[in-house]
Design a protein around this ligand. Structure first.
Ligand code: HEM
Length: 528
């Protein structure tokens, strides 16, 4: 017998035994149900994410096994609404898992975390201290004029390209245009300069497409984060994975230009960059130029695709449900003042000499009083959460007691997939798997009291992970809520929208983000 063969038959079984069998036999998670291979290796879930079947697979596993399913040797997916507030607590006792470190940037051989990726509560609290107030609701409202300008640019582009002259009736892939809008919008509120997506009607610098590739890498490699060191963060690897360098370069350039502006001109800017620079003056020990550039990039990357997903999902679900569509349009059009803002002369966003009258977007003051609009947005956030992954956290020293009485030991990775939780019949009732905006409204048909309605909505919100949770909840939520409501309200109020082919389903790219593509619509000015 050759030496190689001898080594093969003796060493390999030992390695197999040590790597897979002994950890399996000794695991404190042994009693938990789950797929057979997931008990031995994370490759099982890596492939599930690679095939983009992770959402359906996790939903089916929870249907079969209940609230706690072992989806990796040390990973447990949870679907128990009673544990949401424990895992995602405001004190942050369950820290983010190593999965998030794939999002750190590699600079000169060092890993640089950001507010989203950091696993340290100390780092997070320090980074957030000077920034938190800039993301408040009142700060979001200060940005409303800027939202209006970008929104009217969207209207002008849609009218010119799909409604006017020879272009009337042309099919519009609104999923692309919502991406162009949100990327330009985030750039505008961040550094008072759009990136040119809307005016050019294209993915400038392939930033959107590259972003999707980076998210796919994060989705798959994140299941075995040590792989990242061998792949994306390996400087010796000849192959280069997609990264955010074009977007990062764009943001850095805007920062360098701002620094060089004369002080009087700097003071005229009302955007996130101006606020970040003010934070640097107030907290010089916490905010330096690197921190500012980091949060500029995060603002665009964290806000653009997420907001566009919700816009696409609201529009798609409305257009596929004629009853909901008509109810929304009726509420919106009844709320418009007379004469309609379209007949009121108003300059085009790009040229004051234009003969076009682009409608004035509905204001936050208007949209916040429209219950059906708000219900449609809440239902979309529930039914189509932007994140399709388990939001992984690490069990702290206290352990985690499941409803079955099983205690998960410290160090176990646990988490809830928002898509799984959003289909919980315990929380949302027997029709949890149906898109129904009315669930957020008081059910007068069955005589539901104000109080009972309040309690029901509170129960639904307590399990809601559309914005994440606890100390790591989405920073951009107020801004996104104001923006999404204005866009949806204005589009449905001023335009007649219909799917080109109502039998045609959209394409969903299921990764970390669940990204809709190919929503082909016909759009025309509504008669006013
Ligand atoms: C509809 C739009 C949006 C949705 C649904 C959304 C959703 C989320 C979710 C689910 C998380 C938690 C991620 C996790 O725990 O792993 C998150 C975090 C975050 N979001 Fe958003 N987001 C949206 C828009 C925005 C916008 C507009 C911004 C910036 C202006 C933003 C900035 C952030 C940041 C900085 C974090 C990290 C927070 C932390 O870890 O402390 N998001 N978002």
């Amino acid at each position: 017998m050759s030496l190689v063969l001898l080594l093969g038959v003796t060493v390999l079984p030992l390695v197999f035994l040590k790597t897979y069998i002994i950890p399996y036999l000794r695991s404190p998670l042994k009693s938990l149900p789950g797929p057979f291979f997931a008990k031995f290796t994370n490759l099982w879930r890596l492939f599930s994410h690679y095939k983009q079947t992770h959402i359906e697979t996790q939903q089916a596993l929870h249907d079969k096994y209940g609230d706690a399913v072992r989806i990796g040797p040390n990973v447990v997916s949870i679907a128990d609404p009673a544990l949401v507030k424990t895992i995602y607590s405001t004190r942050g006792t369950f820290i983010k898992s190593e999965y998030y470190s794939v999002n750190d940037a590699l600079q000169d051989g060092h890993l640089i975390p950001n507010i989203f990726s950091t696993r340290s509560n100390v780092y997070h609290a320090r980074a957030l201290k000077p920034m938190a107030k800039l993301y408040s609701f009142s700060s979001a409202l200060e940005l409303e004029p800027s939202m209006d300008v970008t929104l009217r640019t969207l209207f002008s582009q849609l009218e010119t390209r799909f409604m006017d002259g020879a272009n009337a009736g042309k099919t519009c892939d609104i999923s692309e245009w919502f991406s162009f809008f949100t990327w330009d919008f985030l750039a505008d509120v961040t550094f008072s300069e759009r990136m040119g997506f809307l005016e050019r009607g294209e993915d400038v610098g392939d930033m959107i497409e590259t972003g999707e590739k980076v998210m796919r890498y994060f989705s798959v490699v994140g299941q075995i984060p040590t792989l990242d060191k061998l792949l994306g963060k390996n400087p010796h690897l000849p192959y280069k994975f997609a990264d955010f360098s074009v977007t990062a370069g764009f943001c850095t350039q805007r920062f360098l230009e701002r620094v060089q502006l004369p002080d009087e001109e700097k003071q005229t800017k009302k955007d996130f960059m101006a606020s970040f620079m003010q934070a640097k003056r107030e907290y010089p020990e916490l905010v330096g130029d690197d921190e500012i550039i980091g949060i500029l990039i995060l603002n665009v990357l964290g806000g653009a695709d997420t907001s566009s997903i919700i816009l696409k999902a609201v529009l798609y679900h409305m257009l596929r449900n004629p009853l909901y569509h008509h109810t929304l349009v009726a509420e919106l059009r009844a709320s418009l003042p007379s004469p309609s803002p379209r007949t009121t002369p108003s300059p085009s966003p790009s040229s004051s000499s234009s003969s076009h009258h682009y409608p004035l977007p509905l204001s936050h003051a208007q949209t916040s009083t429209l219950p059906y609009l708000q219900a449609c947005i809440l239902e979309t956030l529930r039914f189509h959460p932007v994140l399709g992954h388990v939001l992984e956290r690490v069990v702290p020293s206290s352990g985690l007691t499941l409803s079955s009485g099983v205690v998960l030991p410290p160090g176990t990775i646990v988490g809830v997939n928002p898509w799984v939780m959003s289909r919980s019949t315990l929380v949302y009732g027997p029709d949890a798997s149906t898109f129904r905006p009315g669930r957020w409204l008081r059910d007068e048909g069955v005589g539901e009291t104000e109080e009972a309605h309040g309690e029901r909505v509170a129960r639904m919100k307590s399990a809601d992970l559309a914005w994440g949770g606890g100390n790591r909840v989405c920073l951009g939520r107020p801004l996104a809520m104001v923006q999404v409501a204005k866009v949806v309200a204005s589009l449905f109020a001023y335009y007649d929208l219909a799917l080109e082919d109502p039998t045609q389903e959209w394409h969903l790219h299921k990764q970390w983000l669940v990204l809709p593509h190919k929503i082909r619509i016909k759009i025309a000015r509504a008669p006013m």
